[in-house]
Design a binder for this molecule. Structure first.
Ligand SMILES: Nc1ncnc2[nH]cnc12
Length: 317
């Protein structure tokens, strides 16, 4: 998010370019995938590819790739209009959307601790919004600001929908025996490459291939900084999405969303350091609430773990 904002603040204005950047880094996942294939014993590449790329799964990757490109476009529009802290506030609505979608799609249980965590984290980020209400960026009209908020809410809803869908792909799309972290890499590469291709089409339609040279030349901090911003954004987004997918694979989409949302209040501190935003008392309260919500979620995990162990012990004695 910070690098994205840096791009838009320093003269970058091409939303399709930033949309593409969010998925363009997928080739960095090829070496880890190759190494994983190599170190897995009794591994047959032909069989693995046959399982990961059945016609049904390919159709699903194509649909998820298009949805990802649409989500990235809305997100980059939001990032171009809103300050980082406001953008992250609105993004926190993904937790509430995700709780609903995860309940509907994968039957996620919502215990009181989980509900508490959702309420507290959402409250923290709403407070953050109140404290940043007055910092509409110079050069952004009121209308653009409102559009920025609306498209970011849409992006959050789409993203929140995609997380349980990914969970469904991992659990229903692959046989139990094949269940290894390789799946996460394969699925992310497939979806990101579709999203990147879709975004390249968007760039072509908007004449971005031509405009990008001029944009690089007039970037406030220089051509090298322009290239580095986009390259590190692309790598950073792949790392972020891989982490999110990994948590879904190991736990659940809701857990992944809680982790992502709990990180959001850290952004204002980074925004203070890098963009010299003010740090208000309300932002401090928002951070504490987010930590509380996060601990509440972790505590729920601890209680469930203890209950499961007790049930196993009672069963065996
Ligand atoms: N495209 C996106 N990238 C990162 N975070 C998001 N939250 C919602 N959409 C997002």
């Amino acid at each position: 998010s910070l690098l994205g904002r840096f791009y838009f603040v320093n003269g970058g204005s091409r939303r399709w370019v930033y949309t593409w950047i969010e998925s363009a880094g997928w080739p960095v996942l090829l070496p880890p995938l190759g190494i994983s294939y190599y170190i897995k014993k009794n591994f047959c590449l032909r069989m693995a590819l046959k399982q990961a790329f059945t016609p049904r799964l390919c159709l699903i990757y194509a649909a998820m790739g298009c949805l990802t490109a649409l989500d990235n476009l809305l997100y980059s529009m939001g990032l171009s209009y809103l300050p980082v802290s406001t953008n992250s506030l609105v993004c926190s609505s993904q937790l509430a959307f995700n709780a609903v979608f995860a309940y509907i799609i994968v039957g996620q249980k919502l215990s009181p601790y989980v509900i508490n965590s959702i309420v507290v984290i959402s409250a923290g980020t709403v407070i953050l919004g109140v404290s940043t209400e007055n910092d509409r960026p110079a050069g952004t009209s009121h209308r653009e600001y409102v559009v920025g908020v609306l498209v970011t809410i849409f992006a959050s809803a789409i993203y929140a929908l995609m997380l349980p869908l990914l969970q469904l792909i991992y659990t229903k799309g692959f046989s139990k025996e094949k269940s290894s972290f390789i799946i996460v890499l394969e699925v992310q590469i497939a979806i990101s490459s579709v999203a990147a291709t879709f975004s390249l089409l968007g760039m072509a339609v908007h004449g971005d291939f031509h405009a990008i040279r001029e944009e690089a030349l007039f970037f406030h901090s220089g051509v090298a900084s322009y290239i580095l911003t986009l390259v590190f954004s692309a790598i950073g987004w792949q790392a972020y999405f891989l982490g999110a997918s990994g948590i879904i694979f190991l736990s659940s989409s809701l857990m992944s969303c809680v982790f992502m949302t709990a990180m959001i209040p850290i952004l204002p501190i980074l925004a203070v350091i890098f963009f010299h935003d003010n740090f208000s008392a309300l932002k401090g309260i928002a951070m504490l609430l987010s930590i509380w919500g996060f601990l509440s979620y972790i505590y729920d995990g601890y209680i469930s773990y203890k209950a499961e162990r007790k049930a196993i012990l009672d069963h065996t004695t």
